[in-house]
Design a protein around this ligand. Structure first.
Ligand SMILES: [Zn+2]
Length: 207
């Protein structure tokens, strides 16, 4: 049984980073993140919930129009490892279907909710053609509101060419994640990093 590859980061010769967001689109917070990326001409990847795509298609369409990428993060954000292979397939299929319905494009990568996976899920992801995308700065735990400084400092320690950085634009109060992004995006650009989508980053992978 063939399994999908898992990426925490991408081996690349270029000074590129992928900033990713989970759990949107969110009508309150996502537009505020978009403003930062627009200001600096940077691109991000959004691992959206299928259910939020149904609720907030207008926010999703704006994300797409501004050049950001969509990733599959399941339809209803379950603990995937506790589902049958058929249920896992259905979660990915429904999420992909609503993303295509709203923005007319197929997502090309998957991030498991809670970063939980098992062999069945890796096989299902392979069937969909999705690499599985984790991240290098998981210790920020930005979803848990540990303080902006903590989020910024943990992320800074994980910044190198090819890093995949994870934040949340949905699920509760995202003010600390937003404040961290407002600090990090200009800082990374100042350091000479280009902030690209996950597909652009994966395309530069060296072996
Ligand atoms: Zn999530």
């Amino acid at each position: 049984m063939k399994a999908a590859s898992i990426f925490n980061e991408v081996k690349t010769a270029d000074k590129l980073l992928a900033i990713t967001f989970d759990d949107g689109p969110n009508p309150e917070w996502t537009p505020q993140f978009l403003r930062v990326f627009q200001q600096y001409g940077a691109k991000a990847t959004f691992y959206v919930h299928g259910t939020n795509m149904e609720k907030y298609p207008d926010v999703a369409q704006r994300m797409d129009e501004e050049g950001h990428e969509f990733g599959n993060h399941s339809y209803s954000h379950p603990h995937m490892a506790s589902l049958s292979k058929e249920e896992q397939t259905e979660e990915l299929r429904r999420a992909e279907q609503i993303i295509v319905a709203v923005i007319g494009k197929r997502p090309s990568t998957f991030r498991p909710p809670y970063l939980e996976y098992n062999d069945d899920l890796l096989a299902v992801c392979e069937q969909f053609g999705y690499p599985v995308i984790h991240a290098t700065n998981l210790d920020t735990r930005d979803w848990d509101m540990p303080g902006t400084e903590h989020i910024v400092n943990v992320t800074r320690a994980e910044v190198r060419a090819g890093s995949i950085l994870l934040f949340h634009d949905g699920f509760g109060d995202r003010s600390q994640s937003l404040a961290a992004i407002q600090i990090l995006v200009p800082e990374l650009i100042e350091q000479g990093f280009k902030l690209v989508t996950i597909s652009e980053l994966l395309a530069t992978e060296t072996t």
